[in-house]
Design a protein around this ligand. Structure first.
Ligand SMILES: Cc1cc2nc3c(=O)[nH]c(=O)nc-3n(C[C@H](O)[C@H](O)[C@H](O)COP(=O)(O)OP(=O)(O)OC[C@H]3O[C@@H](n4cnc5c(N)ncnc54)[C@H](O)[C@@H]3O)c2cc1C
Length: 408
């Protein structure tokens, strides 16, 4: 191995931080530099809407590794600097503050940012987003004094915050543009389950609705007006309307991007010395098909493993089927794989009786699954998907036999 090789990682988040650690773990003994613009060591975001927001864990529990890990492993940190330009031809990365890093290989792990609400009074006090620690601290502060919170967007982040806010005693109303919750990421049975769960906890909902006016008094949010004219008084609004990939650096450098940096099955970009991993990427599924951008820890870790393996001279593992989890109240939602509208869908109650399993088959092969309150069913489904298990849809639908007997 070339011990003078220099790997530069842009983005000190879950994917970038993991890749840096794995490079050393896999025996890479060249130079590693990690560049981040948040002024923080790499940390995990999932607790920001759950355990950390409820004050069940403190900030130290968020960091992937302590500062000493990077020192001991000779990983150079630039944690308060933004990468502003890539020169792929000369293999140079330009940082804010006029610094330049020469690299042999570059890993882009720049993640995504919260999509902003573009309307008058959109920057009023009391309107918050949730993508990073700073956002989370502001949200936590505001929740402590809030009486009525509106959540714009019934996706995972919005619903997790709604659950946390209810548990803290705040009134919550969720406004969703689509006719159901989690419309982009979950099947209708899971959406219905989640809706019932939140309704039992007292959350109110408006579907097929959007905000047309924000009312602000002395710079503070006072109310929202929906497009049907309904006026909703609230002192806090969480905007959870999705994330936008931070792919500008890559686009300006001429890399292939389509609402995310396009990578192949081993996380290489269209440039031979540049890889990309995590939320910012979209995998090319085939010559004519791009997979959707996946925002999940499992995807970030999977791609980090691939690039670290490639650079350490190991066999690059095949991409894993992506999976995801969400915690709301005492309920755990898990999903694996990417269902298609044409799949055969089978819904079964979970073995525990308090949840369900939704199984998605294509050509009698299990391709994707969603489970609620059933870690066991989830593991069975994950294994069956990985092994390409052929199943009998009629037997699966009958509920007579346990899932363990049908997915082996
Ligand atoms: C509130 C919340 C809850 C979540 N819950 C779950 C969950 O329950 N389960 C799950 O699987 N996933 C969850 N996720 C998603 C998960 O956190 C992401 O998939 C994961 O963080 C992706 O890692 P990443 O490294 O690609 O991006 P990020 O973790 O976003 O890291 C990207 C980093 O790059 C930095 N950066 C960007 N541009 C530059 C630049 N030009 N120069 C320097 N630095 C730059 C960013 O500031 C950021 O620090 C959650 C996300 C959020 C926000």
């Amino acid at each position: 191995m070339d011990t003078t090789a220099h790997v530069v990682i842009v983005g000190a988040g879950h994917a970038g931080g993991t890749a840096a650690g794995l490079l050393r773990q896999y025996g890479f003994d060249g130079r590693i530099t990690l560049v981040g613009d948040e002024g923080e060591l790499p940390y995990q975001r999932p607790p920001l809407s759950k355990a950390w927001l409820k004050a069940e864990v403190d900030v130290d529990a968020l960091y992937l590794r302590p500062a000493s890990f990077y020192e001991q492993n000779e990983i150079q940190l630039h944690l308060d600097e933004k990468a502003v330009r890539i020169d792929p031809r000369r293999r140079r990365l330009h940082l804010s503050g006029d610094k330049t890093l020469a690299y042999d290989s570059l890993i882009l792990a720049t993640g995504a940012r919260a999509r902003r609400l573009q309307m008058a009074h959109g920057d009023s006090e009391g309107i918050v987003y949730l993508r990073d620690m700073r956002h989370a601290a502001a949200l936590k502060d505001r929740l402590a004094g809030a009486r009525r919170m509106a959540v714009l967007g019934g996706g995972y982040v919005g619903l997790e915050v709604a659950a946390t806010a209810r548990q803290l005693g705040v009134d919550v109303l969720v406004i969703e543009r689509e006719p159901r919750l989690l419309a982009r990421v979950a099947s209708a049975p899971v959406s219905d389950f989640v809706l019932g769960l939140h309704q039992r906890e007292g959350v109110q909902f408006r579907f097929r609705a959007s905000v047309s006016v924000l009312e602000s008094r002395q710079g503070r949010l006072a109310a929202l007006v929906l497009d049907d004219g309904e006026r909703i008084a609230c002192d806090l609004l969480l905007v959870g309307i999705g994330a936008v990939p931070n792919d500008e650096l890559a686009r300006e450098a001429g890399l292939d991007c389509e609402q995310g940096i396009v990578v192949d099955a081993t996380s290489r970009t269209s440039h031979p010395h540049i890889y990309a991993i995590g939320d910012v990427t979209r995998r090319r599924a085939s010559e004519n098909e791009l997979a959707p951008r996946i925002e999940s820890v499992s995807n970030a870790l999977d791609q980090a493993r691939q690039v670290a393996s490639a650079m350490a001279g190991r066999t690059v593992p095949a991409a894993e089927t992506p999976w995801f989890w969400s915690d709301q109240y005492a309920t755990k939602l898990q999903s694996v794989g990417l269902p298609r509208p044409t799949d055969t869908t089978i819904v079964r109650p979970s073995a525990s009786g308090s949840g369900l399993a939704v199984l998605h088959l294509r050509d009698n092969v299990l391709r994707a699954a969603e489970t609620v309150n059933s870690a066991r069913d989830f593991l069975l489904a994950r294994r069956a998907i990985a092994s390409g298990c052929v199943v009998d849809p009629r037997a699966l639908a009958s509920e007579d036999a346990p899932l363990s007997a049908l997915l082996s």
